[in-house]
Ligand binder design. Structure first.
Ligand code: AMP
Ligand code: MG
Length: 402
């Protein structure tokens, strides 16, 4: 049986980026750039004013002086003619510096009167000018392939006129819930049945990872029904099933996957929750069989499925970095399994601190709701003291339940 880390490596080694496409830049946020992008021109394109004020020849202003106003250089307007000695041009931020000028004097350091401007203090050359190419030179690598596009990268690409950007494709993830006890959300709930919540929670997790969920609904615990739904799921890029992978009488998911030539890579891991998790491959497509417990399915999604989806969508570093968090209370566990502990994380004196979010039984969803982190507690350890630092995955970006 592979260890947790080995299982995750097996998964990551099995998958590769899906493909590339060009998308409108407004749709590119959060996507991974698939090609190096170089700047087609200098930025800024021309020397321009960093302030609203007056463009001057600094040689005229070694001391307080008065200059004749010979032009007005508006933002976006035509460029004022060459400025001759003793003259100045009124200029707005971002406007091209007229020929002959080598400095800008902000309004605050001037007094304008009857076609003349008094410069109140000495001016040094190059003051308040943004120079051609000082931000980016033509041909510079502005955003390398493999970058997750955030608003700053979008800004940079847009400022060079990129309306479309090359990115890795989004992964389509089929989500199938299995179990005779399930009814769809919105249907009547007969005695003995429960609502299929995993389809929607896993779909939400798929979306949160930046991929596209394809909802397959419920398959009953019978082989024919499962075969049909799983066959449908294998048309997506990834298939995620929940439940039916334990050792129960009617746990047929693995058998049906095998019938459909899905090659099992592993089944069962020494982890808690998530012991019965199975992973297989068919024609380059990964198939994750997650346990049915709502907590187990979300935790195993987080530690196994999410990194695989990110890798398939071109993320160069699909494993979320762990943070060290200082335990505020002791934790006990049994030896022999890696435990994924639901914890509440906060920041105290600039350091992450962690409390357990409560009952860690896999049947308790409430403590998953209360958690904003998953502490990864090594298999062999049994006792963790208050004050000790543990490894934690921060969940769902900035959520900080109190
Ligand atoms: P199983 O993995 O089939 O043994 O299911 C484990 C537990 O998860 C059982 O209590 C199931 O009723 C529950 N469960 C299975 N599938 C779902 C689902 N789609 N939504 C909510 N609970 C589920
Ligand atoms: Mg079941």
């Amino acid at each position: 049986m592979p260890t947790f880390e080995e299982a995750r490596s097996l998964i990551l080694d099995s998958v590769a980026p899906l493909g590339r496409e060009r998308v409108p830049i407004v749709a590119a946020a959060g996507r991974v750039l698939s090609e190096d992008i170089r700047s087609p021109w200098n930025m800024p394109l021309w020397d321009n004013s960093a302030m609203d004020g007056y463009a001057v020849r600094s040689a005229d202003c070694r001391a307080p002086s008065t200059l004749e106003l010979t032009g007005y250089q508006a933002a976006g307007g035509t460029v004022a003619p060459r400025v001759t000695p003793g003259c100045a041009v009124k200029i707005m931020t971002g406007s091209p510096i007229p020929e002959g000028c080598d400095a800008v004097v902000p309004f605050e350091q001037t007094v304008e009167e009857a076609g003349f401007v008094k410069i109140l203090a000495a001016v040094r050359p190059r003051e308040h000018i943004r120079f051609r190419g000082e931000d980016v030179k033509a041909g510079d690598l502005i955003v390398p392939a493999g970058t997750v596009l955030r608003p700053p990268e979008i800004s940079m690409l847009a400022s060079f006129g990129r309306a479309f950007v090359p990115v890795y494709m989004k992964v389509r993830v089929a989500v199938l819930s299995t179990g005779d006890e399930l009814v769809e959300l919105g249907s009547p709930l007969p005695p003995g049945k429960i609502i299929n919540s995993n389809t929607v929670s896993l779909a939400a997790a798929v979306e949160e990872a930046g991929a596209v969920p394809v909802l397959l609904g419920i398959a009953a615990d019978d082989k024919d029904g499962l075969r049909e739904k799983i066959g449908e799921g294998l048309r997506a890029d990834v298939l995620v099933t929940s439940a039916g992978v334990s050792a129960g009488d009617r746990d047929f998911v693995r058998e049906v996957l095998a019938d459909l030539s899905v090659e099992e890579v592993f089944w069962k891991l020494d982890i808690k929750p998530g012991r019965p998790t199975a992973f297989g491959m068919k024609d380059g497509k990964p198939v994750f069989s997650l346990p049915g417990n709502p907590v187990s399915s979300l935790v195993t999604f987080e530690v196994f499925v999410r990194p695989a989806l990110l890798k398939m969508m071109g993320h160069p570093d699909p494993l979320k970095p762990m943070v060290k968090a200082l335990l505020k209370e002791p934790i006990r566990k049994k030896a022999g399994k890696v435990h994924f502990f639901r914890v509440k994380i906060d920041v105290e004196d600039g350091e992450y601190v962690a409390w357990t979010s409560g009952d860690q039984n896999t049947g308790i969803l409430r403590t998953m709701v209360l958690a904003n982190g998953i502490a990864v507690l090594p298999s062999e350890r049994t006792a963790f003291n208050a004050g000790e630092k543990v490894d934690v995955y921060l969940l769902y970006q900035s959520a900080t339940p109190k």
